[in-house]
Structure formats: structure tokens, C-alpha cells
Design a binder for this molecule. Structure first.
Ligand SMILES: *Cc1c(COP(=O)(O)O)cnc(C)c1O
Length: 418
């Protein structure tokens, strides 16, 4: 188990910088164990010859939601490997605790269930949100009810049964930003949840600005290599305890292998985010100066996401990229581009989508770690094809390049992520 249970910043010892925490947090006990890489514990169950002792531990968990002392009873309760990831992420976000889940959506589900179970079924939220978060709130699938508002309307939208205020900043996919401190003030005693997936703790630590709950789709930057799905909530220990109880009851646990990969991903998070952000900032400058682009969205905060609106057909850009991968998701080492109106935000009602700035000509690009000149060259040729359209397709066929025509690769042939 992790030794660093007291998370309160010490006033006597110098606190470590983020880059240092990224490679050491959650691993502080390894040297004493005679290990260097974190061990992976795949146990689903744990032996105990003391049933009375186990009963006591189970009672304590049921009553408090605190992490068990000693080995877990069963893997749905806790796991030492995912526990290391939780410890590390809490350190990076500057919170007392963190609780991991099978995906970002499982994490949001647990947050909503904790509040609903306290009779606080109303949520106030600011659009845009990631398409499936928007859907989960809007559909009322978990018995919650949502009021959508702009940041200025939050205080007025809060009711006696409001359990949560939710924002994303920078938001998926428009990269719209809100003032977390001002919003936290409008929330009064209602907890503010900030989805920090796009910024990561490298660029923004929402709790320092008054948010109480920080949510991540760990599938994105925290994992960082497009090969692990997970979610995590960073918060105070009181809320974390409720989340663990809901996680135990509903079962959306993070697999230990995923916990291992996420801990490993955190080690390089600061360098990945800074390098990709530098390229994204450069690409956003070039796109802004490009006459083929109608509008560029790039956050003041920075970051590795760039969204832009084209004058021509956005589907042609998607079908023409070569180096850049046309795929949903984000935060990987390689660059991905997708059309939110077709894919990530397809599930949001068209009117709501348009009203929150997710237009039909908007493309969202997650900039990776490739050389920026190679990325620009690929983007440029894809943008030309958007302009030249059919001629470009014909030229490629004549020059004998692999036929990637709009007809063969068009979005209509791709499965839609809903
Ligand atoms: C992807 C994403 C989610 C959902 O996370 P999953 O891991 O796909 O369940 C939530 N919020 C944001 C901002 C996202 O980009």
C-alpha cells in the first residue's frame, strides 16, 4: 500500500515541483520494497484466515468509505496498483484524494450518483461539454435533471436540490474557457466540478481556483498513448469516500493493468503536454494566418488542442490527412483530427450543438509529438484538398498514390461513435 496517506501540504518540508511529482508520486515506497518499477497486482481476491477481522474491515468501509488498511478484501473495493495512480494524480491536482474508474463516463456517473443519493438530483451545467457528458446530463438517465446556463446565470439557476455545478474549461470541442474562480464564487456551497481533461494539471489545477471536484477522462492525456481507458476524480477525502462506496456498489472499477499504464503515463505528462502545446500554439498561429481557414479556436491557457473552422468541406480535410490520423479521442502521442458534428458531439441534439458553437465546419485536432513542420505539411495538403476538392482527388489517382478518395474513405463509411 502507499505510504503517503497524509496529503496535506507540509509547511516544514519543501513541496516538490509538478515535474518531480509526476515521476515520484505513488512510488515513494518502492525503494524500501526493493523495487524500481511499480508492481502490478492482478488479484481479484485476497486471502484472510480471520473472518471476524474481515467483517470489521468491511463494516468500516461501509460506514466510512475510507481506503482499507492492509490488503483489499476484493478487487472491486480497492487495488494497490490503481491506488498508486490515484495517489499520484491527487498529488498532481493538489487534492487530498483521487478515485479512479473504468472510464471518464464511469467517473462522471459516480459523481452524479453520489449527489443524487443525497437527494440532490439537480445539476447546473455550462455548454459545451464533451458530447457524452452532455447526453448523460440531458437524458436524465441517472435520475438527474439539468439546467443549462451560461456562466453569468449560474447563481440564479441554483435550487435547493442542486447537487453539482459542472463546467469544462477549455471545453470540448470549441476550447471555450471560463473563469473558474468567478464560477466557484457563484456556486456558493454547491460543489463545482471542473472537467480538466483538456488542460491537465500541467496547465491548470482547478482546486487552486475554488473547484471542489476535478474530473478527467484518463483515456486522453493522462494515459497519453491511446492504449488505455480510464477515468479519475480528484477531490477532498470526504467526497472521495462517497465515491469509493458508489464505485464498490456499481462496479465501474479501473483495471490494475490500466492503473499501471496510467501511472506510467503520468511520469511523462509534463513533458508531453509542454512539447505538444508548443506545436499546437505554432499550428494555431499558422492556421490563423491561412486564408483557407475561417476561424481558429486556441485557448488563452494554451494546450495541445486546436479547433478550426474551414470555408470548404470539412469532410474532405478528414479524408485527405496522411500523417495525422482521422480518429476520435485525443491526448495521444500522435496527432488526431475529427469532425465533432459527425462524431464526438453527434449524440448532442443538432440545435443544442449549433447553439454552443459546435458548427458543421468545425474540426478538432489533438496535436501530438510529431515534428511541427511535418504536421503543417500534412495539414496544408489536406486543406488544399478541401479547396480543390474533386481535382485533388483526381490528381492523387493520376500520380498513382494509394486511392484515398472521399468515396472510399468518407465519413459515411466509418462507424459513428455515439
Ligand atoms: C473523452 C472525454 C470524456 C469521457 O471520457 P471516456 O474516458 O471516453 O469515458 C469526458 N470529458 C472529456 C472532456 C472528454 O474529452
Amino acid at each position: 500500500m502507499d505510504t503517503e496517506s497524509s496529503m496535506a501540504p507540509s509547511t516544514t518540508t519543501r513541496s516538490r515541483a509538478l515535474a518531480t511529482e509526476a515521476v515520484h508520486a505513488g512510488r515513494d515506497d518502492l525503494a524500501a520494497l526493493g523495487l524500481h518499477a511499480p508492481p502490478i497486482d492482478l488479484s481479484t481476491t485476497y486471502p484472510s484466515y480471520d473472518s471476524r477481522g474481515e467483517a470489521e474491515r468491511i463494516d468500516t468501509f461501509a460506514a466510512t468509505g475510507a481506503r482499507l488498511e492492509g490488503p483489499p478484501v476484493y478487487a472491486r473495493l480497492d487495488n494497490p496498483t490503481t491506488g498508486r495512480f490515484e495517489t499520484a494524480l491527487a498529488r498532481l491536482e493538489g487534492t487530498e484524494s483521487a478515485v479512479s474508474f473504468a472510464s471518464g463516463m464511469a467517473a462522471l456517473t459516480a459523481v452524479l450518483l453520489v449527489r443524487a443519493s443525497m437527494g440532490l438530483r439537480h445539476v447546473v451545467a455550462v455548454r459545451p461539454l464533451y458530447g457524452c457528458s452532455d447526453h448523460l446530463l440531458g437524458a436524465g438517465l441517472l435520475g438527474t435533471e439539468v439546467t443549462w446556463t451560461d456562466p453569468a446565470g449560474i447563481a440564479e439557476a441554483i435550487r435547493p436540490d442542486t447537487g453539482l455545478v459542472m463546467v469544462e474549461t477549455p471545453a470540448n470541442p470549441t476550447l471555450a474557457e471560463v473563469d473558474i474562480r468567478a464560477i466557484a464564487h457563484s456556486c456558493g456551497s454547491v460543489p463545482l466540478l471542473v472537467d480538466n481533461t483538456f488542460a491537465t494539471p500541467v496547465l491548470q489545477r482547478p482546486v487552486e481556483h475554488g473547484a471542489r471536484i476535478v474530473l478527467h477522462s484518463a483515456t486522453k492525456y493522462l494515459g497519453g498513448h491511446g492504449d488505455v481507458m480510464g477515468g479519475v476524480v480528484a477531490c477532498d477525502e470526504e467526497f472521495a469516500a462517497r465515491l469509493r462506496q458508489v464505485r464498490f456498489a456499481t462496479g465501474g472499477v479501473l483495471h490494475p493493468m490500466a492503473g499501471y499504464l496510467l501511472l506510467r503515463g503520468l511520469a511523462t505528462l509534463p513533458v508531453r503536454v509542454r512539447a505538444a502545446s508548443a506545436s499546437a500554439a505554432e499550428l494555431s498561429r499558422r492556421l490563423t494566418a491561412d486564408p483557407r481557414i475561417a476561424r481558429v479556436h486556441y485557448p488563452k491557457l494554451g494546450g495541445a488542442m486546436v479547433s478550426f473552422e474551414v470555408y470548404g468541406d470539412p469532410h474532405r480535410v478528414i479524408s485527405a490527412v496522411r500523417l495525422i490520423t482521422p480518429a476520435v479521442s485525443l491526448g495521444s502521442v500522435d496527432t488526431l483530427i475529427q469532425h465533432p458534428a459527425s462524431i464526438s458531439h453527434r449524440i448532442v441534439d443538432e440545435g443544442d450543438r449549433q447553439a454552443s458553437g459546435v458548427g458543421d465546419r468545425l474540426l478538432r485536432m489533438s496535436v501530438g509529438l510529431e515534428d511541427v513542420e511535418d504536421l503543417w505539411a500534412d495539414l496544408c495538403q489536406a486543406l488544399s484538398s478541401q479547396e480543390a476538392g474533386r481535382q485533388e482527388v483526381l490528381r492523387q489517382e493520376v500520380s498513382g498514390r494509394p486511392a484515398r478518395t472521399a468515396a472510399a474513405n468518407g465519413p459515411e463509411l466509418r462507424p459513428t461513435v455515439r
